[in-house]
Ligand binder design. Structure first.
Ligand code: GAR
Length: 188
């Protein structure tokens, strides 16, 4: 049995999509979903999907070993960041080498780094008149959005696309590729 732990800060539509993808797979289980936002929509989704959702505050994450100890106890095969907005502390990266995977809603190295998340990314893509954007699934290291790239997928951006349209196109790519890439990593 492979164990996945997910981290999310917001809506959690990727969490739900990943949960649905693996729900009939007896070899993969979602141990828990961690969130740093007490009112995140992902918690409602987890309740509906019957997945344990755990809230933690920033201090237990970055200033103590509390969360790290809980996570180690879960012995996950993969830790997936699905719309998680805090920086992963160095001690987590060291404790789980090549086991933390993030999805970023752009074609890294473009539009990465601090402050580049969610609609900020799509607004920047629009403002720079990009003709394409996409997703990057990558391992996590100590620097924001800089770990080794596992998979990228592209979509076109037209002049007519609003930032919201761009977000929709990018989400569609995330739903299509993220669970499959997770599945592949777990089977390697
Ligand atoms: C996703 O588009 C994900 O790529 C992005 O947040 C969104 C979360 O959507 N992540 C980042 O921007 C990380 N830098 P969701 O909560 O509906 O899954």
């Amino acid at each position: 049995m492979k164990r996945i732990v997910l981290f999310a800060s917001g809506s959690g539509s990727n969490v739900e999509n990943i949960a649905n993808y693996f729900k009939d797979n007896p070899l993969v289980t979602i141990t828990s979903v961690f969130t740093n936002k007490r009112d995140a929509k992902v918690i409602d989704r987890c309740n509906r999907l019957n997945i344990s959702a755990l809230y933690f505050n920033k201090e237990s994450f970055s200033k103590s070993d509390c969360l790290l100890s809980i996570l180690k106890g879960m012995d996950p095969d993969l830790i997936i960041l699905a719309g998680f907005l805090l920086k992963i502390p160095k001690n987590f990266v060291t404790a789980f080498p090549n086991k933390i995977v993030n999805i970023h809603p752009a074609l890294l190295p473009k539009y990465g780094g601090k402050g580049m998340y969610g609609m900020n990314v799509h607004n920047a893509v629009k403002n720079n008149n990009e003709t394409e954007t996409g997703i990057t699934i990558h391992y996590v290291n100590e620097n924001y959005d800089e770990g080794a790239i596992i998979h990228q997928a592209k979509t076109t951006v037209t002049k007519e696309d609003s930032p919201e349209n761009i977000a929709e196109k990018v989400h569609a790519l995330e739903y299509e590729y993220f669970p499959k890439v997770i599945d592949q990593i777990l089977s390697n």
